[in-house]
Design a protein around this ligand. Structure first.
Ligand SMILES: [Mg+2]
Length: 254
């Protein structure tokens, strides 16, 4: 059910911010049954500059030689990046596992020196959506361990049900990752998933799988860049949790 508030349109954002908690609850949409599947990088967290290219370092360690990093691969899964870095060496499953163990360990080290930080306002947005009845998990190109490490470093892990997440250690492309999520979630009748992501790949994968996508311009893509790929909704940032809950209700509960 979509409930929009006539007041919101005529209320300044400052007035919204000072509204009482009970007033706030009256205005947010009911999101019971909604599972928000968050992308991580650029959507929930931003990164301090990394001391090294972790994927190249992990694959280089397995191969026993220097491996040059790839150009930034926005929206690629960890598995996809590693397989590309193995290049003409076709990695065995054991070598891929070794590379993942290495990158998980490197990420753990790096989160101490150069931790991920929460995107501005997302903590409050997560709380507001939870208050409205939504659950939260992740749909990410990261391995499960890296996902947890990054969100712990950013102080967001407490909001996330990691067991319900979909991760990039199994699938070679985001298309496969999202298609798997759509298939597995379709078996759970009461769950209404919504993807929130910051890249065109999140949007395209959502379209291919039938899961609605809300794009957010908190990564390197602008609202206009993202709108070209026709997400179900696009927002600038997390400064309007009531607006976001309304958008989620609109796209998830159709
Ligand atoms: Mg991203």
């Amino acid at each position: 059910m979509v409930r929009t508030s006539a007041r919101r349109a005529t209320t300044s954002s400052r007035a919204v911010m000072v509204a009482s908690a009970s007033d706030y609850r009256d205005r947010v949409s009911d999101l019971a049954g909604v599972l928000v599947l968050w992308d991580i990088d650029g959507t929930l967290v931003t990164h301090a500059p990394s001391p090294r290219d972790r994927h190249a370092h992990a694959v280089g360690t397995v191969l026993g030689r220097e491996v040059a990093p790839l150009a930034a691969g926005v929206g690629k899964t960890d598995r996809q990046i590693m397989v590309e870095l193995f290049a003409d060496h076709l990695p065995s499953e054991a070598e891929i596992e070794q590379a993942f163990a290495m990158i998980d360990a490197l990420t753990e080290e790096d989160m101490v020196e150069a931790p991920s930080t929460a995107v501005s306002g997302v903590d409050a947005a997560l709380l507001a959506l939870t208050e409205a009845g939504a659950g939260h998990s992740v749909l990410t190109g990261n391995s499960p361990r890296r996902a947890e490490l990054k969100l712990q470093a950013a102080g967001l892990a407490e909001h996330i049900d990691f067991d319900s997440g979909f991760y990039g250690h199994i699938h070679s492309t985001r298309m496969e990752l999202v298609a798997d999520a759509a298939q597995r979630l379709s078996l759970q009748e009461a769950v209404r998933p919504v993807i929130i992501g910051d890249t065109p790949l999140d949007i395209l994968a959502g379209h291919a799988s039938g899961i609605p996508v809300i794009a957010v311009a908190t990564g390197i893509y602008s609202v206009d860049d993202l709108a070209e790929h026709t997400p179900h909704a696009v927002i600038d940032d997390y400064n309007d949790p009531v607006g976001l809950s309304t958008q989620i209700a609109r796209v998830a509960l159709r």
